[in-house]
Write a protein that binds this ligand. Sequence first.
Ligand code: 8YV
Length: 341
Amino acid sequence: MKMAKQKVWVSRPLFPEVLARLAEYFEVEAEAHEGKRTPAQLKAKLADVDAAVVGLSERVNAAVLEGNQRLKIVANLGVGYNNLDLDALSRAGILASNTPDVLNESVADYAWALMLAAARRMGAAERWLRAGQWQGSATRFDDWLGVDVHGKTLGILGMGRIGQAIARRAAGFNMRVIYHNRSRLPESIEREYRASLVDKASLLSQADHLILVLPYTPENHYALGAAELAQMKPSAVLVNVARGGIVDDAALAVALREGRLGAAALDVFEGEPAVHPDLLGLENALLSPHIASASEDTRRAMAHLAADNVIAALGHGARAGQPPTALNPAVMAAWSSRTRA
Ligand code: 8YV
């Protein structure tokens, strides 16, 4: 008798070649649209499959896993996984995976693009030009003045793999790099990046440009709130490519409007896709729709890595039983003795 194929649910449109790889082993149900589902809809989807490939808008928690007897792996399309309740997944014996490393360089490129663009007022200048306001003569010699990036002090809050990729780029701009992190980098790496560890207060007060790359955790909620923003230089540029909720967007809007901060460039927002309305009207806020990892190569690599995890976790391919970027691999030890195995 032929065994029924294991089933994979993919919560959003994915590259056809990645879906084809999954289809070599599984029955694949792939959503044609990026959609927001209620917890009840998500619960129903997850109840019916062996694996799920999800994105940041799927919040996989104890409630949606309740009673689930079938699911073995949730593969997240992102390195950050604050949309997953890892404890609840582990308690349910379900593996989780994310997509680290493959996106480091693209996110670092984008953080730099945001920093440069905000420092040199590119968003506002382009809006002004497109609005037909460049009339009659050259732009005024003393107008559109931004702040330099080269030769300045770059602050990095969160010095993981992406933070380090950002720091590495600073050498070409002859910048001094300071960072704040839970742990200190090895001295050899500090030397290579010309980076020094400082306390958070020094980071805030000394950085000409501050890039946030820390993971979202309850402790990091509003790591940049009104009090922290008040410690920054009035000319400073703040860049957030980490997660919404790490910056208090309302407090940021006030600081930007009152000229207590030079500019901000934000790729992530608390409650996205909603953006705090006070930010939308500010010329010194550069806003983008959570696309720091969205280069052609990197999004493909992320999707393939998610598929690698699913294929291996469900016992197929060259790495059967060894998903490459599992977050809670210990759960697999119990699989053979469980009904879900
Ligand atoms: C998103 C990200 O995953 O990796 C992360 O943590 O935030 C991004 O790469 C991507 O935007 C897809 O939603």
